[in-house]
Design a protein around this ligand. Structure first.
Ligand code: ZN
Length: 251
């Protein structure tokens, strides 16, 4: 029997009454659960297996099957405030889909669990009506992307010019998301930068822990960088929803 905290990444119907739930567990990495009778109103799991929820689950790990039977699931945090904030919700969905598609399967992912929990907790806190936190809501997704580059071995150096090797003391003059290279003003010279100033300002703010004013540019640059390294094998479907939501909120 394994008892562990788990964050629900995805849930889909399996039969008339059952669900399959994919969760990132603190102890065992990504685990797929079959939840028989989970769709019934009187299901003992209630909100504990809703996507994005943090729960404590108990299950018996059977190495001979991909689908594990869940015995208990106790809800720890449903993230009510995050669910009421469409843009944050859209970003959280991209995060969970990226973990589901790109994180290694069948191995413990403790660091991924901690970083995901931190991001979802911060979203929920900053979305609350009495939000009183030092975290900038607009930095959460970008910070998760930056940390994930690091975790998955594609460390992005935000402080060094990739051409001359000098340390940047102000926003870079250009950034190449395909390679992750920053270029200082001296190296760029009279060339026109390819990156937008919003992207460069945002990456600089992220480095310094300052509020990112137009996060969509920074997020897209980091997504491009990460996807170039991971490869384009699998499409991230929830990015479409994020882009629709950004339009709705004028960003
Ligand atoms: Zn330089």
């Amino acid at each position: 029997m394994i008892k562990t905290r788990a964050i629900v990444l995805h849930r889909f119907p399996y039969s008339d009454s059952s669900f399959i739930v994919k969760a990132l567990t603190e102890e065992s990495g990504i685990v797929s659960f079959i939840v028989k009778g989970g769709k019934k109103k009187e299901s003992p799991f209630r909100g504990a297996l809703d996507p994005l929820a943090l729960s404590e689950v108990v299950f018996r790990q059977n190495p001979n099957t991909e689908l594990q039977f869940i015995k208990e699931a106790t809800l720890l945090d449903w993230r009510k405030d995050l669910r009421n904030d469409l843009l944050s919700l859209a970003k959280a969905q991209v995060i969970t889909e990226m973990i589901l598609r790109y994180a290694p399967q069948g191995v413990p992912l403790q660091e991924e669990f901690e970083r995901l929990e931190q991001a979802l907790h911060e979203f929920n806190e900053t979305c609350g009506s009495t939000a009183n936190t030092p975290t900038h809501k607009s930095n959460i997704f970008a910070q998760w992307l930056l940390d994930t580059c690091d975790m998955w071995g594609y460390n992005l150096d935000l402080t060094t010019c990739s051409r001359c090797g000098n340390t940047l003391d102000k926003p870079a003059a250009d950034f190449f998301p395909e390679t992750g290279g920053f270029v200082c003003q001296a190296c760029l010279g009279v060339d026109t930068p390819r990156a937008r100033s919003e992207t460069l300002q945002g990456l600089w703010a992220l480095r310094n822990g300052d509020k990112i004013e137009r996060p969509e540019f920074t997020e897209n640059a980091l997504l491009t960088y990460l996807r170039h390294h991971i490869g384009f094998l699998k499409e991230i479907h929830s990015i479409k929803f994020l882009n629709e939501t950004r339009k709705l909120f004028g960003q």
